[in-house]
Design a protein around this ligand. Structure first.
Ligand SMILES: C[S@@+](CC[C@H](N)C(=O)[O-])C[C@H]1O[C@@H](n2cnc3c(N)ncnc32)[C@H](O)[C@@H]1O
Length: 235
């Protein structure tokens, strides 16, 4: 597909995402969703997803996974909240939606995939290291995006209390704050190579990916990092 088709696709995408709400929160949520989806399509190409098995973790309402289903992937959305799973099923008949607590290992029916979309979840988990290792072992490619702590320590993560009644937070109220170096250490140890998004292409509203690391040890809402990762053994 050429440039024209991609432009059209992005137009349709923005229109479609803009029609949906996200728990009634942030009218601009779809802009941030759209930017991350665009970044993936620009990185991999429109045809890359055809025929691939794809897992979306912490899928929310499944809006992101659904786009890749429309691009030909066989998509399974894993989500911890029953109400979200019901909403995914209501919105998108082309994806499979399963309720699963991602503090646990991936379920046997979904522990092998060509591609994992791992957006906005890692910092809502109690043990980000165990979970990330488990997901690295389950896929060939991963697009990974999370809030991070401003630290360059590859062993740094801390526990963070969250409000479980907020529908986009940890289901059990136990989150974490890993450093970018922590994430990259685990990716490397799990045999993944990766490229980090260092520019502003996904910046939207309060979310930033191009903030300078100052090693303050502070975690501030919106300080995020994004990686395209791939198993080294995959051609
Ligand atoms: C910040 S939202 C991210 C939504 C979407 N992935 C995105 O990036 O736009 C986090 C999602 O993870 C889900 N979640 C939180 N803790 C979870 C857990 N332990 N297991 C599965 N899903 C969880 C929440 O219900 C919510 O839908």
């Amino acid at each position: 597909m050429g440039f024209g088709i991609k432009t059209y696709l992005f137009y349709v995408l923005d229109e479609a995402l803009g029609k949906h709400d996200w728990f009634g929160a942030g009218a601009g949520y779809h802009i941030w969703q759209g930017k991350r989806i665009r970044a993936m399509i620009e990185h991999y190409g429109v045809r890359f997803f055809e025929g691939k098995t794809l897992l979306e973790l912490g899928a929310g309402y499944g809006d992101i996974g659904n786009v890749f289903s429309l691009l030909g992937a066989k998509v399974t959305c894993l989500e911890g909240r029953k109400s979200h799973v019901a909403e995914i099923k209501r919105r998108y008949t082309g994806v499979t939606a399963i309720q699963h607590n991602l503090n646990e290992p991936l379920p046997p029916s979904a522990n092998k995939a060509d591609f994992i979309i791992h957006f906005g979840l890692l910092y809502h988990l109690g043990d980000p290291e165990a979970s990330l290792r488990n997901t690295c072992r389950a896929c060939k490619f991963m697009a990974l995006e999370t809030e991070c702590c401003d630290s360059d320590d590859p062993n740094f993560t801390r526990t963070v209390s969250e409000h479980a009644f907020w529908q986009d937070h940890a289901i059990d109220g136990k989150g974490s704050s890993p450093s970018p170096a922590f994430v990259e250490r685990i990716l490397t140890e799990e045999g993944m190579e990766f490229e980090r998004v260092t520019d502003d292409r996904c910046n939207a509203e309060e979310h930033f990916y191009d903030w300078p690391l100052k090693n303050t040890g502070i975690t501030k809402k919106g300080m995020r990092r994004f990686w395209f990762a791939k198993k080294k053994s995959v051609a």
